[in-house]
Design a binder for this molecule. Structure first.
Ligand code: BJW
Ligand code: ZN
Length: 236
């Protein structure tokens, strides 16, 4: 822990990659593992463009219920530790796979949202995107002013990540002295590919996760535990 803390303290270019695990202690369910959303629901039925095409109302009901649950939770000590770290670094990028908005609510500024934002909606007809924070939504599926159907502003399986966001994440990762990987199973690509990318570029890679991931054994440090407990120890 001491060595990892020093690496983080001394680096001037830091990238953090987060996943659902960092929000778990706020009461947000993860996708995989114990209590994960994919234990209860099939990803193919809910998180693909095909699923939305087949049954937009069903997909929206799921998102509406997750949005409503999210409206009642707060960022935790892990989110706050990362916001603190940002204030001390010349170059800091927080790359998150999460769509819950909790990093911004904790005060993080330079956040790259690889999988979009559950608090935005996009029109399938005219492409316009806007914030939508009402919970629950008054009408499902919601409609755009143009009459088109709105969809959640998130990235589903089989869809490309927002190009500019992904390019900035890659660039920051290639230039990072330290990559801190928190609460992600590191199984969904291309996001997980940032881990080997940083290793190959010579960065120190530190992981915080309750469980092992496919990368754990090859990293500079891999800590088992809760993000809300580990991060305040790493970032004092
Ligand atoms: C804690 C903790 C605590 C718990 N403290 N830790 C082979 C077959 C089929 C497809 C593919 C394939 N190979 C690659 C693909 C592509 C696919 C993919 O990667 N699939 C894999 C599953 C195999 N990827 C895509 O489709 C992506 N797009 C793409 O590749 O486009 C290419 C393209 C180019 C050009 C044109 C067209 C296409 C898109 C991926 C989108 C992912 N979307 C989701 C849903 C987002 C919206 C929503 O929220 O509903 O994103 S799926 C879901 O997984 C969500 C997450 O962001 C993502 C990653 O999950 P994450 O964050 O890692 O969470 P978990 O639950 O997996 O892990 C939690 C971890 O926390 C665990 O390790 C716990 O131990 C830990 N933990 N409590 C610390 N307190
Ligand atoms: Zn429209």
């Amino acid at each position: 822990m001491k060595q990892a803390r020093e690496w983080l303290e001394c680096a001037s270019a830091v990238v953090v990659l987060t996943g659902a695990g960092i929000s778990a202690e706020s009461g947000v369910p993860t996708f995989r593992g114990q209590g994960g959303l994919w234990k209860q629901f099939r990803a193919e039925d809910l998180a693909t463009p095909e699923a939305f095409g087949r049954n937009p109302r069903l997909v929206w009901e799921w998102y509406d219920s997750r949005r409503t649950a999210l409206a009642a939770v707060e960022p935790n000590a892990g989110h706050r530790a990362l916001a603190r770290l940002e204030t001390r670094k010349a170059r800091f990028t927080l790359v998150t796979q999460n769509v819950d908005g909790l990093h911004e609510r904790a005060g993080s500024r330079n956040v790259l949202k690889l999988h979009g934002d559950i608090w935005t909606v996009r029109c399938v007809k005219c492409g316009r995107e806007r914030r939508e924070e009402r919970t629950p939504l008054p009408e499902l599926p919601p409609r755009c002013d143009c009459g088109g159907m709105l969809r959640p502003g998130v990235v589903w399986f089989g869809e490309p990540l927002p190009g500019d966001v992904w390019e900035r994440a890659e660039e920051a990762t290639r230039e990072a002295e330290v990559l801190l990987v928190v609460g992600t199973s590191a199984t969904v690509y291309p996001a997980a590919g940032l881990v080997p990318m940083a290793m190959n570029a010579g960065a120190r890679v530190i992981e915080c996760n309750m469980e092992e991931t496919p990368f754990s054994s090859g990293l500079d440090r891999s800590f088992r535990g809760r993000a809300g407990e580990l991060l305040p120890q790493l970032i004092v």
